[in-house]
Design a protein around this ligand. Structure first.
Ligand code: DAH
Length: 340
């Protein structure tokens, strides 16, 4: 019996196959229910007791070797097949899904591009601000009712009372304190207000602030700059309208509307049948703000403006709910794929 097993081991070791059928035939012959091993196990019963251990080990070895051989031949077959037959080089590749830019990033970039064409640079400031930069330097004295215009989140930092900035106008103060005119810069950034979240209000949003300080800057410069912006952003036919308004840090102050591009100013529910949409606040920087920041208000004058990025994106992409911008819903975000 030992001789027979040795012969079979030899046969297993030398076996080779170049297709699935040959391997399967080999498997049936050795390991199958009517196979060689089955016979050997049957004969094992008549093996004398003193030889049982040795013969048993040999049969097990044969079984393992046969299984190993089959596995080895099968895996060889798979790799060879893959290499030769299964690769179809003409088959199109699997598409890799590409992400898209967030609409707020797209609009912020567009605003920056438009103003950088007329010489504006970009400056940034901190989101956690002190009272001076967010309020006092901008002519909001303590207890002044204008502070209520902006519901502020206060935070403590190193025992100092700080605030999450309520507007990017805080950055104009930092720029004026740290540089000399002429200044022509934009400050994009995130701002925070303690508001109940709804389709029209959120506790954080994005603004872009503009500031131009030089000698003899006039309201006419402000108007022309904003007209240029409106046409670039919303189309050549866009008209603007300035309405008198109030901000503590500008005098005079105005709010700017653009003609409604949805209905061509004929009146629709987007512009509430007025033909115009409000998009930003602006004005001539108040001389006392210039002085607060160390700029000689007799020599220099300037204008400033501030706009909400969400608002512009809403008009541009016809988005009707502010919450969509921060919910991360892929069905909303995917729509901006082509807007790269
Ligand atoms: N900071 C104002 C706000 O958040 C927007 C603003 C209005 C900015 C007039 C300005 C400006 O620079 O001149 O409502």
């Amino acid at each position: 019996m030992k001789g027979k097993i040795a012969e079979l081991l030899n046969e297993v070791e030398n076996f080779n196959a170049d297709n699935q059928e040959q391997i399967e035939a080999f498997r049936i012959k050795i390991l199958g229910s009517k196979g060689v091993l089955k016979d050997l196990f049957a004969d094992f019963k008549i093996v004398p007791n003193e030889q049982k251990k040795e013969v048993g080990q040999l049969i097990n070895e044969l079984k393992e070797k046969a299984q190993e051989k089959i596995n080895e031949l099968k895996s060889n077959l798979i790799t060879t097949n893959d290499k030769v037959d299964d690769i179809d080089l003409s088959r199109p590749g699997y598409p890799t899904p590409l992400g898209s830019r967030h609409p707020i990033s797209l609009v912020r970039k567009e605003i920056i591009d438009i103003f950088s064409r007329i010489g504006f640079t970009v400056s940034e400031g901190p989101e956690i601000e002190d009272d001076w930069h967010n309020f006092s330097a901008l002519n909001f004295p303590p207890e002044h009712p204008a502070r209520d215009m902006q519901d502020t989140f206060f935070v403590k930092s190193d025992d100092k009372e700080m605030a999450l900035r309520t507007h990017t106008s805080s950055v104009q103060v930092r720029i004026m304190e740290n540089s000399k005119p002429p200044i022509r810069t934009l400050s994009p950034g995130r701002v925070y207000r303690n508001e109940a979240i709804s389709a029209r209000a959120h506790c954080f949003f994005h603004q872009v602030e503009g500031l131009y300080i030089a000698e003899k800057v006039s309201f006419a410069d402000l108007k022309q700059t904003l007209l240029y912006f409106a046409k670039e952003m919303f189309g050549e036919k866009t008209e603007i309208r300035l309405r008198p308004s109030y901000f503590p840090f500008t005098e005079p102050s105005a709010e700017m509307d653009v003609s409604c591009s949805v209905c061509n100013s004929k009146g629709c529910n987007v512009c509430k049948y007025t033909g115009f949409l409000e998009i930003l606040g602006c004005g001539m920087v108040d001389p006392s703000v210039l002085e607060n920041c160390g700029i000689d208000s007799k020599k220099y004058s300037g204008f400033a403006f501030g706009m909400g990025v969400e608002r512009i994106a809403m008009l541009k992409y016809k988005v009707n709910d502010l919450r969509l911008y921060s919910e991360g819903d892929i069905r909303f975000l995917e729509q901006f794929k082509s807007a790269f």
